[in-house]
Design a protein around this ligand. Structure first.
Ligand code: TPP
Ligand code: SF4
Ligand code: MG
Length: 317
C-alpha cells in the first residue's frame, strides 16, 4: 500500500518516572522541619532528570537529616554517625554509574565526621553532598553542635554556648582541591532545587550547605533571615546557580560573583551580616580520585586474573 511502512513497529516502551516512583516511606520529620523541603527538591531533581531509581544511591550518617534515604525509593545506606562520606567514597570507587547523594547534618559532618569531610573534599569523587545545617543536634534532642551560634542555649549549654561556631563553607573552601561549594536556604524551594540541580551536574564533589530550620528545638534561629529577605545575599553569575524572576524578586540584595574567584568566595563565606546563597566557588578542573580509582574497573575477569598473576610473579624467587 502506498505510504505504509511495512516494517513499522511501535517504539519500545521507554520508562517515564513520576514523583511517586521516588517516594519511599512517609517522612517522620516534625511538621515544618526544613528537611521536608530538601527531600522535595531532591525528588523533583531526579524526576526532572528522569534518573532511574535503581541508579541512585542516597548515603547518610545518623541524625534527623540522615533519615533521608528511608524516604527515597532508591538504593540507600543509613549508616553510622559521621561516616556517610567514607561509605559514599567506597560506593563511588566501585560504581561510577550511580547517581550518588550524601545527606549529612552539622553534627554528622562538622563534629564526629570532620576528618572524613576534609578528605572527601580533597578526593573530589563525583557526588552531591547536602549538609542540612540546623545549628543543633536534632535527633539527640538539642545539644550544641559546631555550628550553634554563640550564647545559644542548649541542653549541653543551658547558660548558652561559650564558643563562636565554625563556618562549614569557610572550612570547605580552605581544603585543597575543593571544587564546588554552594549555599542555599530551605525556605526558598526554587533556589534549593536550582542549587541541587547544579550540584548534581558538577563533575566532582559538590558541597551544598543548606540552612535548615528546626522548628522543634531552635524555632527562631533563622527568623532574622526569613522575616527580612534583605539579610540574604543572592549571588548571581552566568556560571552560577540560575536565578529566575521569582527568586530575584524575593532576594533583592544581590551580588555579581564569579564562582572561579576563590579569594572572593572565602570573603563571602566569612560574612556574618548576611547569608550568601548561590555558587560561591567552582573549579571544574580539580583532580578527581574516583577517576584514578576507576582504572581497571571494566577489565574482564580473565584479564584481572592474568594481571594479578603477573603482579604476584614479580615476587617469585
Ligand atoms: C558514634 C555515635 N556517637 C554519637 C551518636 C549520637 N548521635 C546520634 S545523632 C547525633 C547528632 C545529630 O545531629 P546532626 O548531625 O546535626 O543531625 P540532625 O539531627 O540535627 O539532623 C548524635 C550525637 C551516635 N549515634 N553514634
Ligand atoms: S527535631 Fe528538628 S531537625 Fe529533627 S525532625 Fe524535628 S524539626 Fe526536623
Ligand atoms: Mg543538626
Amino acid at each position: 500500500m502506498h505510504g505504509l511502512k511495512l516494517d513499522w513497529a511501535p517504539e519500545p516502551n521507554t520508562r517515564c518516572f513520576v514523583l511517586d516512583d521516588y517516594q519511599g516511606a512517609e517522612p517522620r520529620w516534625c511538621p515544618g522541619c526544613g528537611d521536608h523541603a530538601v527531600l522535595a527538591a531532591v525528588q523533583r531533581l531526579v524526576r526532572d532528570e528522569q534518573l532511574p531509581p535503581e541508579k541512585i544511591a542516597v548515603i547518610s550518617g545518623i541524625g534527623c537529616s540522615s533519615r533521608f534515604p528511608h524516604y527515597m525509593k532508591t538504593y540507600g545506606f543509613h549508616g553510622l554517625h559521621g561516616r556517610a562520606l567514607p561509605v559514599a567514597c567506597g560506593v563511588r570507587a566501585r560504581r561510577p554509574d550511580l547517581h550518588l547523594f550524601v545527606v549529612t547534618g552539622d553534627g554528622d559532618c562538622c563534629a564526629i565526621g570532620t576528618s572524613h569531610w576534609i578528605h572527601a573534599i580533597r578526593y573530589n569523587m563525583k557526588m552531591t553532598v547536602l549538609l542540612l545545617d540546623n545549628n543543633i543536634y536534632g535527633l539527640t534532642k538539642m545539644q550544641t553542635s559546631p555550628t550553634t551560634r554563640l550564647n545559644k542555649t542548649s541542653y549541653t549549654h543551658p547558660r548558652g554556648t561559650v564558643l563562636s561556631p565554625i563556618d562549614p563553607l569557610s572550612v570547605t573552601l580552605g581544603i585543597t582541591n575543593a571544587s564546588f561549594v554552594a549555599q542555599t536556604v530551605d525556605w526558598n524551594p526554587p533556589h534549593v532545587l536550582a542549587t541541587v540541580k547544579a550540584a548534581h551536574a558538577h563533575d566532582g564533589l559538590a558541597f551544598v550547605r543548606i540552612m535548615q530550620r528546626c522548628p522543634h528545638y531552635t524555632p527562631d534561629t533563622f527568623d532574622a533571615y526569613t522575616q527580612d529577605p534583605s539579610r540574604v545575599l543572592l549571588l548571581k553569575h552566568p556560571d552560577g546557580i540560575p536565578v529566575d524572576n521569582g527568586i530575584a524578586r524575593i532576594f533583592k540584595q544581590q551580588l555579581e560573583h564569579p564562582p572561579t574567584d576563590l579569594a572572593a568566595a572565602r570573603e563571602l563565606a566569612a560574612r556574618e551580616d548576611v547569608i550568601p546563597i548561590g555558587l560561591l566557588y567552582h573549579n571544574p578542573n580539580a583532580e578527581r580520585y574516583d577517576l584514578a580509582m576507576a582504572e581497571g574497573l571494566t577489565m574482564s575477569t580473565e584479564d584481572k586474573v592474568t594481571a594479578v598473576q603477573a603482579e604476584l610473579d614479580r615476587f617469585m624467587i
